[in-house]
Design a protein around this ligand. Structure first.
Ligand code: R5P
Length: 304
């Protein structure tokens, strides 16, 4: 019932999620009208004669700063007009890796963004697999983290031949992998990751007692950015005689020569969700749709 009353508004950076959501929710959908001024500034017109609740949809990669301006302008607009039931679906939320003042004076951009959205009266922000547990907990009234465990488990069930093992590339990834392993009723292994604070170099240590020989491996992570984490881990897996290596991640940013490095790393398949505005031009990469799990999360949170 709640869903059919919603008006979904796609902001310029929406990768198509607004239209897909509105079609499943059987509710109204409009796209913001926009253009760039000659100097590059953003001009945007929003549908103002709409009824509440409103869901604004967008993603925040590759043009993080521009898309966040779209979001802040739109949220301020509806807040100023007195709208109260304002929700956001941003499947990929930029800046959530900067969730702490690691070095004195560092701007905590993830926190800054969420404080602004809270101040502008946003009721809920739906994000797929937010990187930071810290932000999720600090802004638990605002952030709803959509865990795509079912989508990942379905993929493994239909594409990966047993025997296989799920692998978390670091402690931070362990809860995500555990959720998928629970659905598949299979084992998972958590790898230790070490980062050299001076050189930034990352190394992995797979527990010695785990037998990898001939076993297919599914690495599950939240983000593939430069690909460094996966390339390093794949090297260790090949050394340990593992079978096929699959990588599943929520967000495929594939920065720089990430695709080239992944292609020559020994990885057989890379699977990511359609959470960003970038499609990898590579047969290695396969895309899965996150809409169903986002919708389920909206329903579980708001249709009570
Ligand atoms: C790290 O904590 C994250 O979960 C990812 O493993 C990391 O951000 C991936 O980055 P890259 O692809 O550059 O190694």
């Amino acid at each position: 019932m709640w869903c059919s009353r919603v008006h979904v508004i796609s902001l310029p950076s929406d990768p198509g999620i607004g239209e897909r959501l509105a079609s499943v929710m059987r509710c109204a959908h409009t796209s913001a009208w926009y253009k760039a001024f000659p100097d590059g500034e953003l001009y945007m017109r929003l549908p103002s004669r709409v009824s509440e609740p409103i869901i604004l949809t967008l993603t925040t990669y590759p043009e993080q700063n521009r898309s966040l301006m779209e979001l802040l302008f739109a949220v301020e607009y509806f807040n100023f007009k007195g709208f109260k039931e304002l929700y956001i679906v941003a499947p990929y939320l930029a800046y959530s890796r900067q969730d702490k003042e690691f070095l004195e004076g560092e701007v905590v951009s993830g926190r800054a963004l969420l404080r602004i959205l809270t101040g502008l009266g946003v009721r809920k922000l739906f994000v797929v697999d937010i990187h930071s547990d810290r932000l999720k907990e600090e802004f638990s009234n605002l952030v709803v983290n959509v865990v795509p465990a079912r989508t990942f488990a379905d993929y493994v069930r239909r594409a990966v031949r047993p025997p296989y093992v799920l692998l978390a590339p670091d402690m931070g990834a362990s809860k995500r992998v555990e959720a998928v392993a629970k659905l598949l009723e299979c084992n998972h292994v958590v790898v230790s990751k070490f980062r050299d604070r001076v050189t930034g170099e990352v190394t992995h240590q797979i527990p010695e007692e785990v037998n990898m020989k001939g076993v297919n491996v599914v690495i599950i992570d939240d983000i593939i950015s430069t690909g460094g984490t996966i390339v390093n881990l794949a090297k260790c897996l090949v050394e340990r005689g593992a079978g096929d290596v699959y990588v599943i991640a929520s967000h495929g940013l594939f920065v720089g020569d990430a695709l080239k490095r992944l292609s020559s790393s020994g990885v057989s398949r890379v699977v990511v969700l359609n959470t960003v505005n970038y499609r990898a031009p590579s047969d290695l990469v396969e895309y899965l749709d996150a809409t169903e799990e986002i919708l389920e999360s909206i329903r579980n949170t708001l249709e009570k």
